[in-house]
Design a protein around this ligand. Structure first.
Ligand code: AHG
Ligand code: MN
Ligand code: MN
Length: 339
C-alpha cells in the first residue's frame, strides 16, 4: 500500500465532510511548526537551546509562575509565527502567555481558535527524555468580530473540532483527531513529511499499568490513596493481580504509551496544589488529551465527571486528570463516587 501523507489524509477528511479548508490549513501549519520544534529540540546543546530562559540573575517566569526553559519560549514563538498569517485563525492561546495573542492587523482574521502547550514536559528537555507539543482547536463563537476576548475561548472540551499532540522522542510522532478516530503519523525525517502509520488507534479497555507521580502520595485525597493502595497491593489485594508502574513526567509520552499499549494516567488533586485546582491545565493539556483518548476508545475523568464537560472559567484553569483504558478509569472513578 502506498504511504498516506498528512496532506493526503487531511484532504480526504475534508472531502468526506470532516473539516473545511481553513481547518485543514490550520492543522498543516501546526504540523509544519512542530517539525521546526523537532529540529530545534533535536539540536540540543549544539543549538544552544538547553537550560533556562532569561539571564542567570533573573530567570524568565511564565504566567503559571514556572521557570521558562529556552525551548518553551522558542516553541511558543515558532507556533505563534507560523499561525499569524494564514487567515484561518482568530487568535491563539498558550501556556506561556497570560492573554490570547491576537492575529496581527496586517493579516485577515479567520474563524478558529488555537490553544497550545508549546512544549510539554519541559523538566525533561535538559535530560534528553521525550517532550512534546499539545494543541486544541475550537471555533470562534458565531457572530463575534474584531479582537478576540478571552471569554470566547472558555468553551467545554466537547466543542473541540480537532486536537493533537506531537512527541519529540526517538522518532517524532503526530497524533491527531478530528472527532472520528485517533490516528498516528510518523515524521519521515529525510522527506520532511508526516506519514500515517496507525489508523484508528484503539486503547485496550483493560490494563495492569498505571502512571502517577508516587512522591505525592501522602498529599492525595482519600479516594486516590485507596485506589492506588489497592493497585500496589497486587495479587494479594482486592484487585487480585499485580500492576506495573511507569512515570515519564512528560504527559505526551505517558499518554502515548497508553495509546500504544493501554494503561491509566493520573495527575490527581493533592493538598499542595488544591488551591490551584490541580496540576494539569484544562484548556491545552487535559481537554485535547481527553478528546484524543476518548476517540481511541478510552475515557477521561476528573474523578467527579467527564473532563470534556467541565465548563471552563479561566484560560489557565487546572483540573485533576484520570485518563486511559476505559475499564480502569471506571474503576478509579468508582472510588471517588463511593467516597
Ligand atoms: P509542562 O512542562 O508543560 O509544564 O507540563 C508538565 C506536566 C506534564 O507533562 C507532566 O505529566 C507533569 O507536569 C509532571 O509533573 P511532575 O513533575 O510533578 O511529575
Ligand atoms: Mn504541559
Ligand atoms: Mn509546557
Amino acid at each position: 500500500m502506498k504511504p498516506v501523507s498528512l496532506t493526503q489524509y487531511l484532504t480526504e477528511e475534508r472531502r468526506a465532510g470532516y473539516g473545511d479548508t481553513d481547518l485543514i490549513q490550520l492543522l498543516e501549519i501546526v504540523a509544519r511548526a512542530c517539525k521546526r520544534i523537532a529540529v530545534a529540540t533535536g539540536k540540543g546543546a549544539l543549538g544552544g537551546v538547553l537550560g533556562e530562559a532569561g539571564t542567570a540573575d533573573s530567570i524568565s517566569m511564565n504566567i503559571q509562575g514556572e521557570a521558562q526553559k529556552k525551548l518553551d519560549v522558542i516553541s511558543n514563538e515558532i507556533l505563534l509565527d507560523a499561525n499569524a498569517w494564514g487567515g484561518h485563525l482568530a487568535a491563539c492561546a498558550s501556556e506561556e502567555m497570560e492573554h490570547p495573542q491576537q492575529i496581527p492587523d496586517a493579516y485577515p482574521r479567520g474563524g478558529y481558535l488555537l490553544l497550545f502547550d508549546p512544549l510539554d514536559g519541559s523538566s525533561n528537555i535538559d535530560v534528553n527524555i521525550s517532550v512534546g507539543t499539545i494543541f486544541s482547536v475550537l471555533k470562534r463563537p458565531g457572530g463575534h468580530r474584531g479582537k478576540v476576548d478571552t471569554s470566547e475561548f472558555l468553551q467545554p472540551g466537547t466543542n473541540q473540532v480537532a486536537a493533537g499532540y506531537v512527541v519529540y522522542g526517538s522518532c517524532t510522532l503526530l497524533v491527531l483527531t478530528l472527532g472520528h478516530g485517533t490516528h498516528v503519523f510518523t515524521l519521515d525525517r529525510e522527506a520532511g513529511s508526516f506519514i500515517l502509520t496507525r489508523r484508528d488507534v484503539q486503547i485496550p479497555e483493560d490494563t495492569s499499568e498505571f502512571a502517577i507521580n508516587m512522591s505525592n502520595q501522602r498529599f492525595w485525597e482519600a479516594p486516590m490513596q485507596r485506589y492506588i493502595g489497592d493497585l500496589l497491593a497486587g495479587k494479594e489485594g482486592p484487585r487480585g493481580r499485580d500492576f506495573n508502574m511507569r512515570w515519564v513526567a512528560s504527559m505526551v509520552a505517558d499518554v502515548h504509551r497508553i495509546l500504544t499499549r493501554g494503561g491509566i494516567f493520573s495527575y490527581p488533586l493533592d493538598s499542595k496544589i488544591k488551591a490551584k485546582g490541580g496540576k494539569l491545565r484544562l484548556m491545552y493539556e487535559a481537554n485535547p488529551m481527553s478528546f484524543i483518548v476518548e476517540q481511541a476508545g478510552g475515557a477521561a475523568s476528573t474523578g467527579r465527571g467527564r473532563i470534556m464537560e467541565v465548563q471552563p472559567e479561566g484560560l489557565h484553569q487546572r483540573v485533576p486528570v484520570i485518563l486511559g483504558s476505559k475499564n480502569e478509569v471506571k474503576a478509579a472513578v468508582q472510588y471517588h463516587t463511593d467516597a
